[in-house]
Write a protein that binds this ligand. Sequence first.
Ligand code: SF4
Length: 98
Amino acid sequence: MALVTHVNVCNTMNEIYCCLRNKIVKLDAEQREVFCKECKMFAGEATGFRRGISCVWEDLRTVSNPHIALDPAEEFKQNQVRQVPPEGPALFLYSTGW
Ligand code: SF4
């Protein structure tokens, strides 16, 4: 699995999908200070976009690198699919979230 740079561009409500918290979050001062500041996935601002943040993590999906994430709701939805190890049953598990 390759490390993918996710360029998370804020939607009109200043929201992005946060991999660390596995939820849609407001990219506000609290998110940046409490979560992004110490996050190992933090990779800087969303270069080339007015508002957003870049995060690097291993993506189970087949996506481009960098992956431009314009829709946090779609990102959240797609990232709830978990792969089962090859030795496990041929099933996909769906997280129920919090
Ligand atoms: S840097 Fe970490 S905490 Fe901040 S949005 Fe990305 S994954 Fe979430």
